[in-house]
Design a protein around this ligand. Structure first.
Ligand SMILES: Cc1cc2nc3c(=O)[nH]c(=O)nc-3n(C[C@H](O)[C@H](O)[C@H](O)COP(=O)(O)O)c2cc1C
Length: 363
């Protein structure tokens, strides 16, 4: 039995395999609208056989975009193209997921190929918001610290975005609480210097995330799964850490969250991250073992054998791949071949399917 190709039931949704397309910003939207690029990009990975495809960070408000070119889901007009995309992904047997996000103090930055750091208002940028008036780095804007009504708006924006995600046909929501974006900024004492009930103690720092989870669960149907992506550690003394992540995961488990997607870092420039093959898998393993929560492992997982080992060793329940999926949209089809699993190819591509005795070839 090859675990990578065992279906996984999450509430009322079944993934046909354990291979997940990790969210990846495409910086190819105008005013938040998905385009043909998104249809082809996500659609290709569905043709390639991924069990779950999680869209890039979709901003819940215009000021929650990382860049002016981010995908958005803050108005009903966004839904038309998103609905086309979810319909296509489903037609290929993939489950469509969406990552809901607010970039916080890392908002209003240039897309990677357009520049670096803060986009000024004269070029379509805006003033970012965050827990405290602390810039991420000198080239970033200094955020405006959110006040009570500002926080209520963030929560309401996530709730409304979840309603829209449902209307667009998504079947999984992933809340982005990682990589130094708004929800992570509240978790970490390095970015959260507040003295009110949203800062200071662990209970206060996790409050915003718990409120966003509750608001999302209010409108997200009980039969549909909810995932939260966290950065398990800031990799920095005095920052958010793995012990706190374990505690948080246990609390999310009883609040309707079905899986923790275990990433790390992003809240501290130049943190000493020991990047290497599967370098974050240990965190998915720890959270799974200590809380019983389902976990996703992500980060430099690039081969079918590595992916299979992570699952059979009980370190995680799914694997998420990002860059490998950019190199190889058909990763699941080839992984099945490599691992000796019979997996149907799209009928249109059937004639290219590698036969059992033929190596899959270079890719
Ligand atoms: C082009 C690109 C865009 C990304 N955008 C997002 C994003 O929108 N949301 C997110 O949580 N992570 C994002 N990431 C991080 C990936 O989801 C993933 O966690 C990371 O790349 C490590 O996995 P990998 O080694 O398989 O690439 C992005 C990564 C890449 C390469």
């Amino acid at each position: 039995m090859v675990t990578l190709f065992e279906p996984l039931a999450l509430r009322g949704v079944t993934l046909k395999n354990r291979i997940v397309v990790s969210p990846m910003c495409q910086y190819s939207s105008v005013d938040g609208f998905a385009t043909d690029w998104h249809l082809v990009h996500l659609g290709s990975r569905a043709v390639g056989g991924a069990g779950l495809i999680i869209s890039e960070a979709a901003a819940v408000s215009p000021e929650g975009r990382i860049s002016p070119d981010d995908l958005g889901i803050w108005k009903d007009e966004h839904l038309h193209m998103l609905t086309r995309i979810t319909a296509f992904l489903k037609s290929q047997g993939s489950v469509p997921g969406i990552q809901l996000a607010h970039a916080g103090r890392k908002a209003s930055t240039y897309s990677p190929w357009k520049g670096e750091g803060h986009v000024p208002e004269s070029e379509g940028g805006w003033q970012p918001v965050g827990p405290s008036a602390l810039a991420f780095a000198p080239t970033y804007g200094t955020p405006h610290a959110l006040d009570g009504p500002g926080l209520q708006k963030v929560i309401a924006d996530f709730r409304a975005a979840a309603e829209r995600a449902l209307a667009a046909g998504f079947e999984v929501i992933e809340l982005h609480a990682a990589h130094g974006y708004l929800l992570h900024e509240f978790l970490s004492p390095l970015s959260n210097h507040r003295t009110d009930e949203y800062g200071g103690t662990f209970e206060n720092r996790i409050r915003l995330l718990l409120e966003v989870v509750a608001a999302t669960r209010e409108v997200w149907p009980a039969e549909l799964p909810l995932i939260v992506r966290i950065s398990v550690t800031d990799w920095t003394e005095g920052g958010w850490n793995a012990d706190e992540s374990v505690q948080l995961a246990a609390m999310l488990k009883v609040r309707g969250v079905d899986m923790i997607d275990c990433s790390t870092g992003g809240n501290v420039p130049k943190a000493p991250i020991p990047v290497g093959p599967g370098y974050q898998v240990q965190f998915a393993e720890r959270i799974k073992q200590e809380t019983g929560m389902l976990t996703g492992a992500v980060g430099l997982i690039t081969t079918p054998a590595e992916a299979e080992a992570i699952l059979t060793n009980g370190q995680a329940d799914v694997v998420l791949l990002a860059r490998e999926f950019l190199r190889e949209p058909y990763f699941p089809l080839f992984a099945a071949h490599d691992l000796g699993v019979e997996m149907p190819w799209p009928v249109q591509y059937e004639r290219a399917k590698p036969r059992a005795h033929v190596a899959a070839g270079p890719r």
